[in-house]
Design a protein around this ligand. Structure first.
Ligand SMILES: Nc1ncnc2c1ncn2[C@@H]1O[C@H](COP(=O)(O)OP(=O)(O)O)[C@@H](O)[C@H]1O
Ligand SMILES: [Mg+2]
Length: 287
């Protein structure tokens, strides 16, 4: 019997992470796989000792080191940790997306500044403000659920934020006003669109459901489908949650690709259980 670990992060207290793992584990069970749900810290990454390993692992977290560890032990890991690594930092992700020419908000990757130092006097930030006007977006490299995405309305807030972010990877980004409080989430598995939803917030510029957004099913246009698939492919994610924005002509722009996308909301909204597609993909891939 095929065995598998479904891994989530044990340090996060919200039930949504365990819930995500249960959804995937149930799908694996339905496919006849002997599945074990694991917290990342259940696994001792002892580099000396051998331990029993599963036939494959579904890594629902950004514990990239665990992914690399499992791979070093011969375990196929989905998504591949190198892909989670690339996507986990929005800056590296945008560099990749831009390199294949995907339409996205104008983006400037911030330079590395060591936390105890400052480049306030260098003139660098004034150059950024010449390129991007207010309001603009500042987005931390690592962040989910909209929590590390900021709408910067003026210079005072801008300077406060860039000083606060010393030592942290982030990007400056054009604010797509036509997309204020609305976006599209597209779930992709193995190069195919499995489900999509429209997210809309009355209270915030961010459409994330965790942030107060409300979701509904949506029929994607051909342009939206194409762009979501191209974005997932550009970063190499077999499992992807692609966020799309609306430009001034209602045409899509890539907002981000999530390599560890949650699937509960999309199940509630569309009735599509993305986990079944994920497991089906893996079983086929392993054959
Ligand atoms: N450049 C932008 N212009 C307008 N809205 C944006 C922009 N970038 C992000 N948003 C909004 O903020 C939300 C969160 O941004 P996102 O990059 O998806 O980060 P997270 O990983 O936190 O979901 C998006 O779903 C979208 O509603
Ligand atoms: Mg997002």
């Amino acid at each position: 019997m095929t065995t598998c670990w479904v891994i989530y992060n044990g340090s996060l207290v919200s039930d949504k992470f365990a819930d995500q793992a249960r959804l995937v584990a149930e799908a694996a069970e339905r496919a006849g796989v002997a599945v074990q749900i694991m917290k990342n810290h259940d696994i001792l990454m002892d580099l000396e000792k051998d331990a029993d390993m599963p036939d494959f692992a579904v890594l629902l977290d950004k514990d990239i080191l665990l992914g690399y560890f499992l791979k070093s032990r011969g375990v196929p890991v989905y998504n591949d940790p190198a892909i989670i690594d690339l996507c986990d930092n929005k800056a590296t992700q945008y560099i990749r997306l831009a390199s294949v020419g995907l339409p996205m908000p104008r983006t400037i990757v911030a330079p590395k500044v060591y936390p105890n130092f400052s480049i306030l006097e260098s003139g660098y930030f004034e150059r950024v403000m010449e390129e991007l006007t207010f309001p603009m977006i500042i987005k931390e490299g690592h962040g989910s659920f909209g929590m590390k995405v900021y709408l910067i309305e003026n210079e005072k807030v801008f300077y406060d934020k860039v000083e606060a972010l010393r030592g942290i990877d982030f990007v400056f980004q054009e604010f797509i006003a036509s997309s204020r409080g609305r976006d599209i989430r597209v779930n992709i598995v193995g190069g195919e669109i499995v489900a999509a939803m429209y997210r809309h917030s009355e209270t915030d510029f961010r459409a994330n459901i965790t942030n107060g957004g409300v979701a509904s099913p949506i029929e994607l246009t051909e342009a939206q489908k194409q762009m979501a698939l191209e974005a997932a492919e550009a970063v190499g994610a077999v499992f992807a949650g692609v966020d799309l924005l609306f430009d001034a002509d209602e045409q899509p722009l890539v907002c981000e690709v999530n390599a560890a996308a949650h699937i509960r909301n999309i199940l509630n909204v569309t009735g599509v259980n993305v986990a079944d597609a994920m497991i089906a993909y893996i079983m086929e891939d392993l054959r």
